[in-house]
Design a protein around this ligand. Structure first.
Ligand SMILES: Nc1nc2c(ncn2[C@@H]2O[C@H](COP(=O)(O)OP(=O)(O)OP(=O)(O)O)[C@@H](O)[C@H]2O)c(=O)[nH]1
Ligand SMILES: [Mg+2]
Length: 285
């Protein structure tokens, strides 16, 4: 059942892809084994920042920039409220416009209060999208958590000039994890001072954008591309798989994970479903 759906999704059937992701969200077993052999090409880019900094607008602008560069893009937007995520996303990312473009796929997911800021099924969903051949996967996250950092090959941190974010960031470890910083809403006052502060704080590239007019989107796209792992085989695949197993379970599982490294290896090899692995670890299987 899942095998057929995976091959239809990989052949470009967007309805099948949607159904596959819904199954992953509902923790239907058996998907991982059919996608794991096909992953490893996508550049996964986390777009993190406080609520309202303009992440969704920026992603919309980035989709255009990637399409101009001839690349396919999938978007996963995490909605922490967990309710009507489709509506929330729809008014920022012009889903309807992109719906006619076969090289763009936008999906929102509820994090359902998961403390890591990502939905528990996000890692599997990212692997599904990777296996479907998208060149770039943009992940919108309102929380700069360990999960988000682990899942991204490249992490973009979005701040704004007016919110005092830059000062907050001084206290935030996340800034050390970010590969790129973006001062969005550069049409507002204080942008020069914010850029100067951030550039003093970090050696990483600091760019500015106006997401609503798409100003700076092509430069941001180029800067993100420069962060892509040179060899796709060096991506954080193993780390991500381990992270998935951890995020599905509680602390006790982490202890057992140390005692059962072969479980992660079996999931990696596509021989064991990650949800089953988590259940084995907690003794619920
Ligand atoms: N002036 C100005 N407003 C912007 C810019 N980018 C986004 N906005 C506005 O900021 C508001 C929030 O934008 P979103 O893209 O929804 O922000 P977000 O970070 O995705 O917000 P959450 O998903 O709630 O975390 C909207 O009203 C946008 O129109 C910008 O560059 N300049
Ligand atoms: Mg948003």
């Amino acid at each position: 059942m899942s095998a057929k759906l995976v091959s239809r999704a990989r052949a470009g059937d967007r309805k099948a892809l949607g159904r596959l992701i819904t199954k992953a969200e509902n923790r239907v077993e058996g998907i991982n084994a059919h996608v794991v052999a096909h992953v490893g090409q996508a550049h996964i880019v986390g777009i993190a920042g406080a609520p309202g900094t303009g992440k969704s607008c920026l992603i919309d602008a980035l989709i255009g920039a990637y399409r101009r560069a001839g690349r396919s893009v999938a978007v996963v937007a995490i909605d922490p409220s967990g309710e009507d995520a489709g509506a929330l996303l729809g008014d920022r990312i012009r889903v309807r416009q992109w719906a006619t473009d076969p090289e763009v796929y936008v999906r929102s997911m509820a994090s359902r209060g998961h403390p890591g800021g990502l939905a528990p099924s996000t890692p599997l969903v990212l692997r599904i999208l990777d296996a479907c051949g998208f060149n770039v996967i943009l992940v919108e996250a309102a929380v700069l958590s360990e999960d988000v950092i682990e899942q991204s090959d490249t992490l973009v941190l979005v701040v704004t000039p007016e919110s005092g974010d830059a000062v907050q960031l001084l206290k935030n470890d996340g800034i050390r994890e970010a590969d790129l910083l973006v001062v969005n809403k550069a049409d507002q006052s204080g942008v020069g001072a914010t850029l100067a502060t951030l550039r003093e704080m970090t050696e990483r590239p600091v760019l500015s954008t106006v997401a609503t007019t798409r100003a700076g989107a092509d430069d941001l796209r180029a800067a993100i591309d420069r962060c892509a792992p040179a060899d796709p085989k060096n991506r954080r695949f193993l780390r991500r798989m381990t992270c998935e197993i951890e995020s599905l379970t509680v602390d006790i599982v982490r202890e057992q994970l140390v005692d059962a490294p072969d479980l992660a290896a079996r999931v990696m090899a596509g021989k064991l479903d990650p949800f089953v692995a988590a259940q084995l670890m907690t003794g619920n299987y």
